[in-house]
Design a binder for this molecule. Sequence first.
Ligand code: MRU
Length: 346
Amino acid sequence: MIKTIEYIDGIVRMIDQTRLPVEKQFIDCRTIEEVGHAIKTMVIRGAPAIGVAAAMGASLGADSIEAASFEDFYHAFEEKCDRLGQSRPTAVNLAWAISRMKQTAQKNKSLPITQLKSRLKEEALTILTEDITTNQAMGQHGQTLIKDGNVVLTHCNAGALATAGYGTALGVVRAAANAGKNIKVLANETRPFLQGARLTTWELKEDGIPVKLITDNMCGFFMNKQEVDLVVVGADRIAANGDVANKIGTYMVAVLAKENNIPFYVAAPVSTLDLAITSGKGIPIEKRSSEEVTNINQKRISPEGIEAEHPAFDITYNHLISAIITENGIAYPPFTESLKALANQK
Ligand code: MRU
């Protein structure tokens, strides 16, 4: 299994996703600040993976604090966590993981500081293992929506690399393949950061799951020829009404799927739900640098002086979504009721 992130003796080791597929290199983070930098620069990306990295970063941050009382410890811990929480704004798993680490500290305030630090490390490791089992459960639910011989289109990378392992949307694909279904994947390249071209194709190839790469502007062509049976994507944040924030371009894919009567599914853990936000309009959209659009592999593809827009995510409105697959089951419209029911299920 692909190990996107792991903890080894005071070190958080991550696959450097900016270098894939050309080379498989690892980056070692020894401080919370290094973890924050890795999240910002996309060494690690994908909502659940960002959450796991944040929890591990918080544990490294806790280890570096020298304090005699819980109050002094917590003051420094909260400050470090809040700074880490600003590294990327759209994926709610970042705030979710940090809040879980803060709650763990509060619940264990009576422990001596050294034991509290061990407890925080344990919690970060629990978040990692839970993420994998969550994805496997999501895969089991989701694969029931896939038939033998289906072609599945996906956008961005919502796979093992975007999680602690197995993946959300690609977890559904993996579960279908493991159930003996013959399936093929069409992967949108996902401009501008090319997560589809670089990462989705890489990890499906590693697993021997047939995949073909297409450019983003080809997906309507294949849908219209009835060469796509269903779409499955991941999510960075899901509002209470089922509006979904995901990689820029997802909205376009969903509109095309609707136009061509193709089911459009979102696979995401309950930790990606943000029921405090009523609709997609309230979800913050990260703006990334112009250079990620004007340059490919550090090579400029547009004239000097041309500025580019770069919203990193968009909102897919709930009427375009056929179902949302979670580890607790599949939510169907109307999502306000079905998501709340799944979120409250243990
Ligand atoms: O900018 P990224 O690469 O972090 O964006 C990732 C996505 O949009 C994924 O689809 C989403 O996080 C779900 S990952 C299981």
